[in-house]
Design a protein around this ligand. Structure first.
Ligand SMILES: [Zn+2]
Ligand SMILES: [Zn+2]
Ligand SMILES: [Zn+2]
Length: 253
């Protein structure tokens, strides 16, 4: 069986087009919507099961007709990762389980008025659980809010989704080194910076993680207009097997 991951979004909170920005990246995204980046999130499909990973994409209901989504898995409760749930919660029909870090604050009034979503499933660091045959291990990430990355395992293949995240904790790095990763999807918000940003990776730190963990393939997400501008000016800056993520792009392992 294969794990098929499709990006719904690959953008940071300042992804092209940034409102009012006249940089070449934002102008390109305005002229051609193929270059837009929606908030970072995606859908993982395994054997007919569909798992939404983060929910910052607006108009989720247009992507997922009733009954087409089996569960939602959240990395954390920042608005750009959950905002799509707000209008959808008032829907009708089957309850959709939401797995999320145990952050009592949640986001706005989502816990008070969950609607069709059930937020009772909490993910704990390194406590593996199984959802419809898919093994999922939460790994704690360094971010300004309680955040989990997730390692999915199926038939000996592993996909790691790590967003939003600054430098990896030592125990997470060790876990990823000792559990070979076939496909890693990693937060990289900024072009190379002198000092490592606290809550996200810049390209320098993302390259370091690629070297340290050695996944077979690494795809960057949570990309800002600054980073896209850097990619425009340095089209050959990435090593082999390290890729720029794009909305609607699919990866299978
Ligand atoms: Zn811009
Ligand atoms: Zn965040
Ligand atoms: Zn974010």
């Amino acid at each position: 069986m294969t794990m098929k991951f499709t990006f719904l979004g690959t953008g940071s909170v300042k992804a092209a087009p940034v409102y009012g920005c006249d940089c070449p990246v934002c102008q390109r995204a305005l002229a051609n919507t193929d270059y837009r980046r929606h908030p970072a999130c995606g859908v993982l499909e395994v054997n007919g099961m569909r798992l939404l990973i983060d929910a910052g994409y607006l108009n989720l209901e247009q992507k997922f007709p009733p009954g087409s989504l089996d569960a939602v898995l959240l990395t954390h409760f920042h608005m750009d990762h959950v905002q799509g749930l707000f209008p959808m919660r008032w829907g009708m029909g089957k309850t959709i389980p939401v797995f999320s870090p145990d952050d009592p604050a949640g986001c706005d009034d989502l816990f008070k008025y969950p609607g069709i979503f059930d937020f009772s499933q909490k993910t704990q660091p390194f406590e593996t659980f199984v959802f419809q045959g898919l093994s999922i291990t939460p790994v704690p990430l360094v971010h300004s809010k309680l955040t989990m990355g997730y390692v999915f395992e199926l038939d000996g293949k592993r996909l790691a989704y790590l967003c939003d995240s600054g430098t990896l904790r030592r125990d997470v790095e060790t876990y990823l080194q000792t559990h070979s990763i076939d496909l890693m999807i990693l937060d990289c918000d900024q072009p190379p910076l002198e000092n490592a940003p606290r809550n996200h990776n810049d390209l320098t730190r993302a390259l370091q993680i690629f070297d340290q963990v050695k996944p077979s393939q690494l795809v960057l997400t949570h990309i800002s207009h600054n980073l896209d501008d850097y990619f425009m000016r340095h089209p050959d800056c990435l090593p082999e097997n390290l890729h720029i993520g794009y909305d609607n792009q699919t990866w299978s392992i």
